[in-house]
Design a protein around this ligand. Sequence first.
Ligand SMILES: NC(=O)c1ccc[n+]([C@@H]2O[C@H](COP(=O)([O-])OP(=O)(O)OC[C@H]3O[C@@H](n4cnc5c(N)ncnc54)[C@H](O)[C@@H]3O)[C@@H](O)[C@H]2O)c1
Length: 479
Amino acid sequence: MDIVPHTRAPSSDADISAPISRSSTPQTSRSLLFDDIESEAPFYSSIQGDFVLVVGGLGYIGSHTSWELLKAGMNVIIIDNLSNSFKGVLDRLELLRSTHYRQQSDDVVPPVLHFYEADYRDRCAMRALLSKYNHQPGHLPGSPSSSSAIESAITGVIHFAAYKSVSESFQNPLAYYANNVGGMVDFCNLLGELNITTFVFSSSATVYGEFANKGGRLIEEYCDNRGCTGLTNPYGRTKWMCEAILDDLAVSDSRWSIIALRYFNPIGCDESGVLGEDPRDTPNNLMPVVVKVMTGELERLNVYGTDWNTADGTAIRDFIHVSDLARGHLAALTARNTLGQGFKKFNLGTGTGHSVQEIITSMERVSGKSIPVHKTGRREGDVAICIAEPSNSMRSLNWRTNKTLDDCCRDICRFLNLDVSAPQPPREESQKRGTISMGSRCARASGWSGPRSSSTLVCLEKSCGLFFSALFLFLLLLV
Ligand SMILES: NC(=O)c1ccc[n+]([C@@H]2O[C@H](COP(=O)([O-])OP(=O)(O)OC[C@H]3O[C@@H](n4cnc5c(N)ncnc54)[C@H](O)[C@@H]3O)[C@@H](O)[C@H]2O)c1
């Protein structure tokens, strides 16, 4: 897959706005999508170039990945039911996209971003929606000619849409199996019918289960199709099941090229401070809780276990900057050409661990704020150390991480609109790179000030509007 910016004829504004506006009433999305089929020819004729479909693309990792794809010049379609994200993320992506491409030379044509608010388990809606991107307008799967005759403008799919809370998966395992496993099976069935067979799957280090207790870095071969030792929770089991199913699928049908990426501990956010981690659910992983303490929403941070066999007694994890992780998905799509057909699995981690205490110290140093902690006992199922062996991904995906722990903390502070005490890039450099100072200014220009609830955002977006933020920025740049 080519990730060089497109230099084709520009698309009309209607390309971007039509799918977005059609998605604004989720309860009626099905009939609206069917309506779209009637007007399929005009929609189809407005589509130019290839698209990457990002399912769950408004969530934490999905939005960062969509941004990296757009930056690399790829057209993106996002499907999200907003079960754990907010529509304001779409506006932020659009702001980043337009700001970034305004700074490029005239012959670089900006990629387009389409958004559909829909549940990816809604087979009828998905069938109608994805068929719009067929190269043969009007050709629906199930019609007499075979699916291999169908060619789609969608050349790759990245699947993020899943529930991800370990504790919730104990309380409501069926919801987890239905969304994470059942949803993916039905979706892959449809993708196969439409001849869309390049698939990147969000997996997790949780598939290693109790292997983490063995010590040493975790290598991909510890967990494969035949099973894994000691999966510790239903969420982890959904991820392992999905991997096994995808492996079987690739064996059974040679059209498929599937890559499962096993994430370790993504933290941080885009360096612009415009995107971040902003879930609807109450987060229970470390960094979002640190953030809640910094913003005063929580009094203190619980540190579970200070007697592990580590230098400072706190547990060690492989924390990876979310932008490095996001770039791993581009690398996977690109490597599809060299890796070829079949199912492959790769760790996305740094290969270096940081302790919980190191995270706290880094955040305190960067933000200049103190983070009160409460030291408490170990949690059931926790392990002392969990670190990826990333050499396979580095070699086969031609990918490596380049952000530090301090980068993660500094970028989070920008997202929170906190003053960052650590040294900033010189002004000229940040202007050249475009996104660092700009993003924060964008945020301020739109009246956006740090950690937010959806209602605050909606209110701010209504009163200020992206158009004025963009205009303001543009004038600022001219000056
Ligand atoms: N964040 C982590 O620490 C982590 C670690 C390992 C693996 N993962 C996996 O990465 C993926 C993304 O994680 P994230 O942290 O961005 O989560 P997230 O909850 O922020 O994003 C998931 C997105 O998918 C959407 N979604 C969920 N079910 C859907 C459905 N049925 N139809 C349409 N949209 C749906 C949600 O609204 C959300 O926007 C998940 O599959 C998760 O299991 C995450």
